[in-house]
Unconditional design. Structure first.
Length: 512
């Protein structure tokens, strides 16, 4: 019986690893060598040598007829061959050809960084300035890079441009930088920041421009960036901002702010005017806005509002919200809404969201499904409250001196009431609370299904936390008292211990 089982395939892979390692090692001593370009150009040689090794294996096996010749390719080797062909072709397309040509041919839109990942990065800085005789507007449109606009008490427009150029070497990067030109020109009463970026090779896709501008305060800006952030502060006038793939930060602006957002987060602070946001993204935050805030779109992260002087409107495929005079704060996420300090009417229609509203002072209208609603206020209600919940609980906590009329019904649920004198029906299939408390007052309409309606009476100086009813909270546990030193007499200490271990039948514990 022959012990022949020698395979050259293992030697082939060992030599492949040695060759690749040697290329990258040589690159460390000679930076001018481009290992990825060598691999992208000569990788098919690996397939040729693999085929030769398979052929030699086959010829060697025929020299030993007493053994079964190995298959030319196993199933796993076929899969590996397909992967090598795909990866080798991809690397060649990225490294050896203008990257934007091949994905466009197949309808793929990828970020420029993916195509430039094999190039080195070089940075240059340029400045320019332009007197602004009668500033009325500024227009900046860039494809890649951050834009910062800061208002100042001056009559000039100053720009600092940071160029980040991807190239194979410093000489190529300097050549691209020397070709780049900038100018601030006046056109139709507005100032435009212009560049010749599109005239560069590959339409300048390997160039990123981060621009910082200092401009007169009384300037209306129109800023657009496709891949980058926008920061704007200290301006007066109408501001139009478009961010397609970055963050947006607006602060200390006097005037109307309109934002078209996609991708990341948007933040607005200290705005003396109105804010209008549309699009989609992750987080939205608006605080200290004297006018109205309108948000239309899909935002999957955290949406926060604080101190909105007039109205707040939020509209998406899941939620339609209107709030007037938010002196407190409102936080909304995918499955919850938490608000306090609403001085005006509050109205929301949503689904699959738990709602908590504290210290409301005006009318409330809530419609939701698959979520609970908790309302609490220390101010006696003067406006109607309407809550409609499909599959969820309702808890309403009002001051003891409130005046109201109530109609509360729970379909296949329960009702609980702390206010005396009201009619409570707990026996039917639709338990209810009805009647009037005090002298007239607004109408409270509460309706839900498959849940409990809790009408809480809040005594002066108290504000119950969410879910205070014992059915929904674990029993209160009083922390144990600090240990007491043992009594001088051992027998007395033992007797006390025995009395605690065996309380009488009518003893009520404190939860320890």
């Amino acid at each position: 019986m022959s012990a022949y089982g020698y395979r050259r395939g293992s030697i082939f892979w060992a030599l492949t690893l040695i060759a690749v390692g040697a290329i990258f090692l040589y690159h460390n001593f000679n930076p001018d060598l481009r290992p990825w370009q060598i691999i992208a150009k000569y990788w098919p040689i690996m397939i040729i040598f693999w085929g030769l090794s398979k052929l030699i294996d086959y010829l060697q096996s025929t020299a030993h007829p007493e053994t079964t010749p190995p298959p030319l390719f196993s199933a796993s080797e076929v899969v590996l061959l397909v992967l090598i062909l795909a990866m080798g072709t991809l690397v060649s397309k990225i490294v050896l050809h203008p990257w934007q040509h091949w994905p466009a041919a197949v309808g793929i839109d990828v970020d420029d960084d993916f195509g430039n990942m094999f190039l080195e990065s070089f940075t240059y800085t340029k400045t320019l300035s332009q007197p602004a005789k009668s500033p009325s507007g500024l227009v900046v449109v860039i494809r890649r890079g951050d834009v910062e606009v800061h208002g100042a008490d001056q009559n000039t427009i100053e720009a600092v441009v940071k160029e980040t150029i991807r190239a194979t070497n410093d000489e190529e990067a300097k050549k691209a930088s020397n070709q780049l030109q900038y100018s601030i020109v006046e056109q139709a009463g507005r100032y435009l920041l212009q560049t010749n970026l599109d005239s560069l090779p590959n339409s300048g896709r390997n160039v990123r421009l981060d621009i910082t501008l200092r401009v007169p305060r009384a300037l209306a800006a129109e800023i657009t960036t496709e891949h980058g952030d926008i920061i704007l502060d200290g301006l007066k006038g109408e501001q139009t901002l478009t961010v397609k793939g970055g963050d947006l930060r607006v602060q200390d602006v006097e005037g109307f702010v309109r934002a078209h957002k996609a991708g990341q987060s948007a933040e607005f602070r200290d705005i003396k005017g109105n804010v209008d946001i549309d699009g989609r993204g992750r987080d939205v935050e608006a605080s200290n806005v004297t006018g109205t805030v309108v948000v239309n779109g899909e935002f999957g992260g955290s949406v926060q509002f604080q101190n909105v002087g007039q109205s707040l409107r939020f509209n998406s495929s899941r939620t339609d919200l209107t709030v007037q005079k938010l002196s407190g704060r409102l936080n909304m996420e995918l499955g919850s809404l938490d608000a306090s300090g609403v001085d005006g009417p509050f109205e929301i229609s949503t689904k699959q969201k738990d709602i908590s509203l504290e210290e409301f002072k005006h009318s409330v209208k809530i419609s939701t499904s698959n979520g609970g609603v908790r309302l609490q206020t220390s101010t006696p209600p003067t406006q109607p409250v309407s809550v409609d919940v499909n599959k969820g609980e309702i808890e309403l906590a009002l001051p003891a001196k409130s005046n109201f009329q109530i109609d509360a019904r729970s379909n296949h649920g329960n009702v609980e009431c702390d206010f005396p004198g009201l009619t409570v029906n707990e026996e039917s299939e639709t338990p209810s609370i009805s009647g009037a408390f005090g002298k007239g007052g607004p109408t409270l309409h509460l309706a839900n299904s498959y849940g409990t309606i809790h009408l809480r009476r809040q005594e002066p100086g108290t504000a119950p936390p969410p879910g205070t009813h014992p059915e929904f909270q674990p029993k209160r546990t009083v922390p144990p008292a600090p240990p007491v030193p043992p009594a001088p007499q051992k027998e007395k200490s033992t007797s006390t211990h025995m009395r605690r271990a065996h309380p009488p039948a009518d003893f009520v514990g404190d939860g320890v």
